[in-house]
Design a protein around this ligand. Structure first.
Ligand SMILES: [Zn+2]
Length: 129
């Protein structure tokens, strides 16, 4: 079971007006599957250290993220505010190619030649999954 303070890996499931939802797939440091509740929410105020009002400028559906558990009741609540937290892998929505990191919090598709903002973990593109 997960508890507050745990670092987890999750896949962004949906983007809403004031939050993102995600499915927790693993807990850092263990190979066992996560037991219990895996549905989690990330409130817009808990995504990045700066002021965010548009969730879709920070996270997108299908993004693979590293996050910290900050609440477990009534459902899992996560944050990606820390430097080491955020998106660790993302695919281009047009061509499904792998986005590369370009700049502080930007992803770039070399195939489609376009970039998108994201809240990236400091080791984006360098994570063994
Ligand atoms: Zn692309």
């Amino acid at each position: 079971m997960l508890k507050e303070g745990d670092v987890v890996y999750a896949i962004v499931a949906d983007i809403r007006k004031t939050m993102a939802t995600a499915d927790v797939v693993a807990k850092e440091g263990t190979e066992r599957q996560v037991g219990g509740e895996t549905y989690a929410t990330i409130h817009v105020s808990k995504i990045s250290p700066g002021y965010t009002e548009d969730v879709s400028k920070e996270l997108r559906k299908g993004d693979f993220i590293r996050a910290r558990v900050i609440g477990i009741k009534p459902s899992l609540q996560l944050t990606t505010k820390e430097e080491h937290l955020g998106v660790i892998r993302s695919l281009c929505s047009r061509c499904k190619g792998e986005f590369v990191k370009k700049g502080e919090n930007k992803l770039y598709c070399e195939e489609c030649k376009y970039s998108m903002p994201r809240k990236l973990a400091d080791d984006y593109g360098d994570v063994q999954i």
